[in-house]
Every structure is written in C-alpha cells, then in structure tokens.
Design a protein. Structure first.
Length: 119
C-alpha cells in the first residue's frame, strides 16, 4: 500500500494550490480515498473523500465550495484542488485509504504535505 502526498507550499490568502496523492495501483483501483489535515495540538480533521469509482465525493463544511477532490485514473492520482485559501487552512495535509468494509475508517496513510496560507 502506498500513498504519497505532494503539492503543498506557501500561498497567500485567496490563492490556490492543488495537492496530489499518488496511490499504488491495487489501492487506487479498489479503495476510496480521503484527504485530512492536522495542525499542532489539534485532532486530525477530515477534509474531503472520493469513492473508488469517482462517482461520489464529499467534503467538510469548512471547505465546501472552495475545495474539490477528484481522481485521474491514467495517473492513479487523487487530487485536492484548493481555491480561495484562508489562513485557517494552514495545516499538514494527508491522504489516506478508506477501509474496505467500514465506511469512514481510514487504515493507511501517506506522509503529509504542508500547506501554509499567509494573511
């Protein structure tokens, strides 16, 4: 199982970033994937998820209308397009694999990619 997140960086408030999660082939074709974020001393927060077919997506209220999750089957990559970024979006962002049979439980995680939004 391999999930590798990339694309983080420093951006000004109101700007955009696109995060990428490269997934190993078996995992990409068999499991739903999600993005999470975490800031120091706070619990990890769910950001967005997408089903293995790509037919359903869902996101946290805090990012609805600003963030979009998508899949690129040719590249076996899950993207998180982040627009209208705010300083409170600053966090370490992770992608993760959803458990095969337990919805909402994520069992494998990639390393994080840091997003910093300056005001």
């Amino acid at each position: 199982v391999q999930l590798q997140a990339s694309g983080g960086g420093l951006v000004q408030s109101g700007g955009s970033l696109r995060l990428a999660c490269t997934v190993s082939e078996y995992t990409y074709n068999a499991y739903s994937t999600g993005w999470f974020r975490q800031v120091p001393e706070k619990e990890r927060e769910f950001v967005a998820g997408i089903t293995v077919s790509g037919s359903s997506t869902y996101g946290a209220d805090s990012v609805k209308g600003r963030f979009t999750i998508s899949r690129d089957n040719a590249k076996m990559t899950v993207y998180l397009q982040m627009n209208s970024l705010k300083p409170e979006d600053t966090a370490l962002y992770y992608c993760a694999r959803e458990h095969a049979t337990v919805v909402g439980v994520y069992d494998y995680w990639g390393q994080g990619t840091l997003v910093t939004v300056s005001s």
